[in-house]
Structure formats: C-alpha cells, structure tokens
Ligand binder design. Structure first.
Ligand code: NAD
Length: 255
C-alpha cells in the first residue's frame, strides 16, 4: 500500500505513538481519523494537522461506539484501509499489593482498554475493509495493533498490562489467518520503552535509568521510530501475521 492512499483510523491517535503516526501519515499525503477520549488533545491534533485529520471521541472499550466510529470514518474519508490500535493505559500494580490484593475491577479495566479495545477496533475495521476494492498489491486493508515487550518479559507490577499485551500478540496470527480470506493483513508492533507522555510522566532519574537499560542505541525510543515501522508495515505487503519487537534489544528485568 502506498502511503498516499492511506485512509487510517488510529485509536489513541491524539497522543504519543498514535499522534506520531498520524503526523507521518499526513506528511506522506494520507488521511486519518483519530479515536480517543481526550477531547482537548483531539482538538489540538486537528488544529496542528489540518483537514487531513479528524478527531472522533470514542471509548475503545465500547463495542458499539467503535463500530459507529469506523462507520463515521468511512463517511468522512470515503473508505478505511488502515486501522492502528494505539489506545492503551499502563495499569501498574502488584497482584498482592501493600494494602490489599489487586481489585479485579482494576485488572479487568486494563484488559478492557488494551486488549478488548484493540479487538473492538480490529473487528470493526475488518468488517469495513471487506468491501474495499483490492489495491495494486491485491489487498483491501492493513491492521496494526500495539503490544509491548512486556507481553514477553513483564516486570513485577505488570501482571495486568502484560496479560493485556500478550493477548494482543496472541490474537495477531489467528486474526491474520482468518482475514487472509478478505485480503487484509494483521500485524502487531511490540515497542520497548518510548519517550511519550506515558513515560514522560515518570521522574527524570527513572527515565534516565530506563534509557540506560537499552543495549543499543542506549536511549528511549522515539515516537517517530514507531511511526516509521507502522508505515513500513503498511507499505510492505509481505509482512503478515507477526509481532515485531522495536526495542533496541532491551529485555526487561524482573523489576
Ligand atoms: N510509551 C511506551 O514506552 C510504550 C511501550 C510499549 C507499548 N506502548 C503502548 O503504546 C500505546 C500508545 O502508548 P503511548 O506511550 O503513546 O501512550 P499515550 O498515553 O501517549 O497515548 C495513549 C492514548 O490512549 C488514549 N486512551 C486511553 N484509554 C482510552 C480509551 N478507553 N479509549 C480511547 N482512547 C483511550 C489516551 O487518551 C491517550 O491519548 C499503548 O497501547 C501503550 O501500552 C507504549
């Protein structure tokens, strides 16, 4: 798929990795609808990126809202051929916390936003892409989710987050196999530690030690590097059914 043809729906698209991707898509001549719950950041993204970008308030945990948002995207852009799931929360907490064991509600909320939210968008986008004409590469669409290296080596305090991200990595291949029938590719990116608002909120010394823990290059990832990989996945029609680590060879320690 050529970047100029991209009509993308990006969840979590008003901040961090999703916003960097929206910027790259627009710079390449594509268009995007950004789904998020942060209306202020949504308005700021529209102001910055102009008419090629629209914001649509959408809570990814709400099945019908996501279905409606994808329909809204198709109305706004004419069709949708790319979906990228970036909406997510960190959800750190020990199973046996200092005060009490983790509340099930907390665990479930992280799963709902990170995993179920990605499923909701994948399902709605796949249904919308099914009726697209095939492009020059013979495909009707590309779906990309965002896991984390915590899917594979979660730290103490990441039980909920790791479970949600491992779920995303786990559903990638079965959905890619299923969506082969509709000529839609399905992939996942598993980022290491990236400098986004999610990480910028941490104390500086922790950010520095996180950067130093990366073998090479020994620094935090840049959101633009995530965007570059996502665009490469859109453009390279042989990448399918896989989860790609983007992490400077970092392997998270137990804590
Ligand atoms: N930054 C990192 O180091 C890193 C590493 C690995 C994976 N990730 C993953 O990348 C994705 C993007 O992270 P980021 O660092 O850009 O974070 P971010 O906080 O900058 O962006 C996440 C966005 O998701 C939105 N969001 C949260 N709950 C939502 C909901 N219910 N419905 C719709 N939108 C919702 C937020 O409002 C926010 O705009 C997340 O899934 C995160 O888990 C990030």
């Amino acid at each position: 798929m050529n970047i100029t043809e991209v009509k993308a729906v990006i969840s979590g698209g008003v901040s961090g990795l999703g916003l960097a991707l929206a910027r790259k898509v627009v710079a390449g001549g594509g268009q995007a609808v950004l789904l998020d719950v942060n209306d202020e950041a949504g308005a700021a993204a529209e102001d910055e990126l102009g008419t090629a970008v629209h914001y649509c308030h959408t809570d990814v945990t709400q099945e019908q809202a996501v279905t409606d948002a994808v329909k809204w995207t198709v109305n706004k852009l004419g069709s949708v051929n790319v979906a990228v799931c970036c909406a997510g929360v960190v959800g750190a907490g020990r199973v046996l916390g200092r005060e009490a064991p983790m509340a099930l509600d907390f665990f479930t909320k992280v799963i709902q936003i990170n995993l179920v939210g990605s499923f909701n968008l994948t399902k709605a986008a796949g249904a919308a892409m099914e009726s697209n004409p095939r492009n020059d590469d013979g495909e009707r669409g590309v779906i990309i989710s965002t896991a984390s290296v915590a899917a594979f080596e979660g730290q103490i305090g990441q039980a909920a987050y790791s479970a949600s991200k491992a779920g995303i990595a786990g559903m990638t291949l079965p959905i890619a196999r299923e969506f082969a029938r509709i000529d839609v590719r399905v992939n996942t990116i598993a980022p290491g530690i990236f400098m986004t608002p999610m990480v910028a909120g941490m104390p500086e010394h922790i950010q520095e030690s996180l950067g130093a823990s990366v073998p090479f290059p020994s620094r935090l990832g840049k959101a633009e590097e995530f965007a570059e990989l996502a665009v490469h996945i859109m453009e390279n029609s042989y990448i399918n059914g896989t989860t790609i680590r983007l992490d400077g060879a970092v392997r998270l320690s137990p804590k």
